[in-house]
Design a protein around this ligand. Structure first.
Ligand code: FAD
Length: 424
């Protein structure tokens, strides 16, 4: 989608306080946040700015499209709370806007006894997180997914599917309808202070704002550092490639079939996912790559590569996860290995059943000391709030994250608190 650039209502002119808030990033988080702020205070002058020519150009438009129920996340974490609340809000918003969703349900499958403790832990977490879950044996598993195998599984009936890019486009419409600007094709290349204001540098000229909210996904660390923030954590891009089942093989998968994930990794493992379009995807892999937009696996950007290589945390995770990295590489280069991994769950699956898919690039924060940062991270200071880590399930959680950012913005950005009367 290439939206026209509307004449920005608050373009810096005689009034230097052109915008009350500029949100950098027209992915699902930035758009949901702008919409939420405008819903609370219709008088705010808000712009959402993105370097891409379309909304949802990066992670929001390149993911599995799963509305997660909240099974995996450590009780008490932001992910647990915001995913459960976000899923509820996402179903309600899509119903209100006529966006198709389907509660196709998910199975997390244990292939053998060694995976049962992992399944037990997910069951425990689900129950504490308030997620409806059913423990099933091989018989019930086959009733739900007739072509899948396993010794046991967790069934989550409320896990569903949606096209998050469609959601993002609807949110952008809402922002514009409420009087906000969505300015595309404008990369923010620097941030300078002008008294109490911030000046965002873009190739099309500066944008002045009282408050800045960074929802910059794969470039979140760069924006935060340009705004005077800490270099820790750094974004390290992990490419997730998908294959697609050929139409004659899509009957092998009814809903969503997931492995028991490695508890050390923030990724859920290669899964089989029905998409709202009717496609069935296999993936995503998780390969460390040399560009933050490495949709093509061979794409390397010198600045991105330098930032990965110079970060001590990268080397620590490389040393710790070298076995996982080697197996991810094998899957990335061999379609046979990729399909063989999925065929452990759906044995009828053959290499001939798959066609090329596409890829997304995860914005994964890595700390200086070599941790793959698991939970969502928000960095707040006067006049600014930066989302520093919002990997999966942030698309599911986006409307809940937006509400939380709007609550916090009331303090750090000096905006009206929730429920306050709109300014005249
Ligand atoms: C392979 C994959 C599978 C996933 N599966 C799921 C799933 O099934 N369910 C789920 O809930 N989540 C999933 N996720 C996670 C989910 O997609 C993301 O958490 C979510 O989309 C994050 O949204 P965002 O708005 O923060 O980031 P993005 O959508 O990446 O948007 C960030 C935007 O910021 C812009 N930007 C950055 N820097 C600048 C700058 N300096 N100037 C201007 N613009 C800038 C970028 O152009 C981009 O458009 C998946 C992610 C991937 C990659």
């Amino acid at each position: 989608m290439s939206a026209p650039d509307p004449a920005p209502r608050g373009t810096p002119g005689p009034d230097p306080a052109a915008y009350d808030v500029v949100v950098v990033g027209a992915g699902i988080l930035g758009l949901a946040t702008a919409r939420e702020l405008l819903a609370r205070d219709p008088g705010l002058r808000i712009a959402v700015v993105d370097q891409a020519d379309a909304v949802a150009a990066h992670q929001t438009g390149h993911n599995s499209g799963v509305i997660h129920a909240g099974i995996y996340y450590a009780p008490g974490s932001l992910k647990a709370r915001l995913c459960v609340d976000g899923a509820r809000r996402m179903y309600a918003y899509c119903a209100e806007r006529g966006i198709p969703t389907e509660r196709v349900g998910k199975l997390v499958v244990a292939l053998d006894a060694s995976e049962l403790p992992g399944l037990d832990e997910l069951e425990r977490r689900s129950r504490i997180n308030g997620v409806t879950i059913e423990r099933v044996g091989p018989g019930r598993l086959r009733e739900i997914e007739p072509h899948a195998v396993g010794v046991a599984a967790l069934h989550s009936p409320n896990t569903g599917i949606v096209d998050f890019a469609t959601v993002a486009r609807a949110l952008a419409e809402d922002v514009r309808a409420a009087g906000g600007d969505v300015l595309l094709g404008r990369e923010v290349t620097g941030v300078a202070r002008r008294g109490a204001l911030r000046e965002l540098r873009t190739p099309a000229g500066p944008i002045l704002t009282r408050g800045l909210i960074g929802c910059a996904g794969g470039w979140a660390d760069r924006l935060a550092v340009a705004d005077g923030g800490s270099p820790d954590p750094r974004i390290v891009p992990f490419r997730g490639a998908y294959l697609r089942l050929r139409p004659e093989a899509t009957m092998l998968v009814r809903g969503l079939i997931y492995p028991v994930p490695d508890p050390e990794l923030p990724f859920l493992g290669v899964h089989l996912t029905r998409h709202v379009s009717g496609d069935v995807l296999l993936g995503p892999t998780a390969l460390l790559v040399g560009a933050r937009d490495a949709y093509d696996v061979g794409r390397i950007r010198r600045r991105d590569l330098g930032s990965i290589v110079r970060w001590p945390g990268t080397w620590r995770i490389a040393r710790h996860f070298w076995r996982t990295a080697a197996s991810e590489l094998a899957t990335a280069v061999s379609r046979r290995a990729f399909v063989a991994g999925c065929a452990r769950y759906v044995p009828e699956l053959r290499t001939e059943d798959v066609a090329d898919g596409w890829a997304g690039v995860r914005a994964q924060a890595v700390s200086r000391d070599g941790r793959l940062v698991d939970d969502f991270v928000f960095d707040e200071r006067p006049g600014a709030l930066h989302v520093r880590n919002a990997p999966s399930p942030a698309a599911t959680s986006s409307l809940a994250i937006a509400a939380m950012i709007a609550d916090r913005a009331a303090g750090s950005l000096d905006l009206a608190p929730a429920g306050a009367a709109p300014r005249s």
